[in-house]
Write a protein that binds this ligand. Structure first.
Ligand code: ZN
Length: 141
């Protein structure tokens, strides 16, 4: 389960709308508490792919990820998950997403339809990396 604040959801949705028709991506920073992920901050990072490929895939540059991890560390937080948008597509991870994910983290995928943020869902990878399972999102104030 992942616990997020309403403000985090708004920030992720706004990022997805801002980067439309391209995919946006970012980190969710917080803490692992009793098997749950408690998000205390979102951290937007840019999409590293070429313009024409941005519509379908996302890739975080290693230096961007390191910058985010360093930022988290300075604040005493961990990277607990990643978020990205699917422009004009469903909020379900793609095969590409599965191949580039790691267990333990949360993967928030949000649909952005015609520039408007729509469905937002969170996913966690099966330990044997075979598939994603949907994860419950608990919203706190
Ligand atoms: Zn994706």
């Amino acid at each position: 389960m992942i616990v997020v604040k309403e403000s985090h959801l708004s920030a992720m949705r706004a990022h997805g709308e801002r980067d439309y028709p391209f995919e946006c991506c970012g980190l969710m920073l917080g803490q692992f508490v009793d098997g749950r992920k408690q998000v205390s901050e979102t951290y937007s990072i840019s999409n590293a792919r070429e313009e024409e490929a941005k519509r379908n895939r996302f890739l975080i540059r290693p230096e961007e990820l390191m910058r985010g991890e360093k930022y988290a560390q300075e604040k005493g937080l961990d990277v607990v998950g990643f978020y990205h948008s699917h422009p004009d597509d469903v909020a379900v991870p793609s095969q590409y997403d599965l191949e580039h994910a790691w267990p333990t983290y949360s993967y928030v995928v949000m649909a952005v339809e015609k520039g408007q943020a729509a469905d937002l869902r969170s996913w966690e990878m099966e330990a044997d990396r075979s598939r994603f399972n949907e994860e419950e999102i608990e919203t706190s104030i």
